[in-house]
Design a protein around this ligand. Structure first.
Ligand code: HEC
Length: 128
């Protein structure tokens, strides 16, 4: 396949390069971590055993991250952090890799649900 560079194509890529999406955050090219307070601590401590991708693809509450850190400390040989360091790491992770908004929707109100076909009688689906 050969390429057919066109003026339009060149213009488009120039435009894309010059106008990154408004929501883009600065990320470290080497790790992909969002560059913000504490990122170097995370980069230094959380990319030693596995790719930073494991970190950046994960997300969750402070509790979730703390639980993961405890699990890695208990079972995977992750070293202990000083409380200050752990706070820095958890602050960073919770702020930039927190629970995904919009990933789950709140449950529908019962009045918005269709009638439950199994409500009447004792017939269980699959039971025979
Ligand atoms: C001493 C080694 C080590 C260090 C350092 C380490 N981890 Fe891990 N981590 C592991 C191992 C081993 C796994 C499991 C790897 C796998 O599933 O492939 C893991 C898995 C993970 C996962 C994936 C968990 C899942 O549910 O799939 C995340 C997220 C993670 N680590 C985050 C971190 C963060 C954040 C730090 C820094 C605070 C960190 N890791 C530092 C060893 C380490």
């Amino acid at each position: 396949m050969h390429k057919h560079p066109t003026a339009i194509g060149g213009l488009l890529s120039a435009t894309l390069l010059l106008c990154p999406p408004a929501l883009a955050q600065d990320t470290d090219p080497a790790t992909g971590l969002v560059i913000a307070e504490g990122w170097q601590v995370v980069s230094a401590n959380c990319t030693v055993c596995h790719s930073a991708k494991l970190v950046t693809q994960n997300s969750g509450s402070r509790n979730h991250w703390q639980g993961l850190i405890r699990w890695m400390q208990d079972t995977q040989g992750l070293w202990a952090f000083t409380p200050e360091m752990e706070t820095t790491i958890l602050d960073y992770l919770t702020a930039h890799y927190g629970p995904k908004e919009g990933a789950r929707r709140p449950p529908l109100a019962p009045s918005l649900l269709p009638p439950n076909p199994y409500k009447q009688g004792d017939t269980q689906p699959g039971a025979s």
